[in-house]
Design a binder for this molecule. Structure first.
Ligand code: DGL
Length: 254
């Protein structure tokens, strides 16, 4: 039986879901959040889909021990690989996923040129192809992989010169050619400043964090499960490194 005072679980392969938690906390200040990052097993983006599914299900089982009224899968990769299985396993739990914000980008730039940067798993799954085919007749969409960026964000270097150099290599073919860049991995908004330095001020950067937070609030409201405070975040991480929680707190507040 779900209760108002239960946690909203926020799951990611590591620290990336904090870019979603920022919006959740703003829209739902009276909630208790359990943030679980599976940093010991990140990056998920280069695993097989079956492995991402297995890792996600194991992590969610651990999270459920704390008592959840909702689960936000704040990871595009885990959503692509495991959301259907999660919904089947836990039919009584509110389960919300995230997908690359291609629709808002196409709405904003009809007929425009849009880059979607995401992990290998996200870009190769059927779920993404289905999304793509809804918009690629009118819009020019570029699929952009960013190997190595998640690792830099995980080590607290999302805004470093190293990240900028990597992003320069990845994005160089698209400089001056995009109307918008969709950040289709929750780690990437945590490197937004470096991305902006490479692409310049004109390109619109979009991510699914705010939309996911709004959907979470709507679902809780409809179920009569909105919390009434005080707000709180419980941090959990599979990483052995104790500094990871300090990094989580720092990322939340930047
Ligand atoms: N944060 C995850 C996402 O939104 C993926 C990061 C990873 O590769 O582990 O796709």
């Amino acid at each position: 039986m779900n209760r108002k005072e239960d946690y909203i679980g926020v799951f990611d392969s590591g620290v990336g879901g904090i870019s979603v938690l920022r919006h959740l906390r703003k829209l739902l200040p009276n909630e208790r959040f359990l943030y679980y990052g599976d940093s010991a097993n990140a990056p998920y983006g280069r695993c097989t889909t079956a492995d991402v599914q297995k890792l996600t299900l194991t992590a969610v089982e651990k999270m459920l021990e704390f008592g959840l009224k909702a689960l936000v899968v704040a990871c595009n990769t885990a959503t692509a690989a495991a959301i259907q299985e999660l919904r089947q396993r836990y039919p009584d739990l509110i389960v919300i996923g995230i997908e690359p914000a291609l629709k808002p980008a196409a709405d904003q730039f009809p007929g425009g040129r849009i880059g979607v940067m995401a992990t290998e798993v996200t870009l190769r799954e059927d779920k993404f192809d289905n999304l793509l085919h809804r918009f690629d007749a009118e819009t020019t969409v570029f699929k952009i992989g960013a190997p190595g960026l998640v690792e830099l964000v995980e080590s607290g270097k999302g805004d470093s010169g190293e990240a900028e150099a990597l992003l320069f290599e990845i994005l160089r073919p698209y400089v001056g050619k995009l109307d918008a860049l969709v950040l289709g991995c929750t780690h990437y908004p945590l490197a937004a400043k470096a991305i902006r330095r490479v692409l310049g001020p004109r390109v619109v950067l979009l991510d699914g964090g705010e939309g996911t937070a709004r959907e979470t609030r709507r679902r809780l409201e409809n179920a009569g499960l909105l919390g009434d405070g005080p707000g709180h975040i419980l941090w959990k991480n599979s990483g052995k490194n104790e500094e990871i929680i300090a990094l989580c707190e720092a990322l939340l507040n930047t």
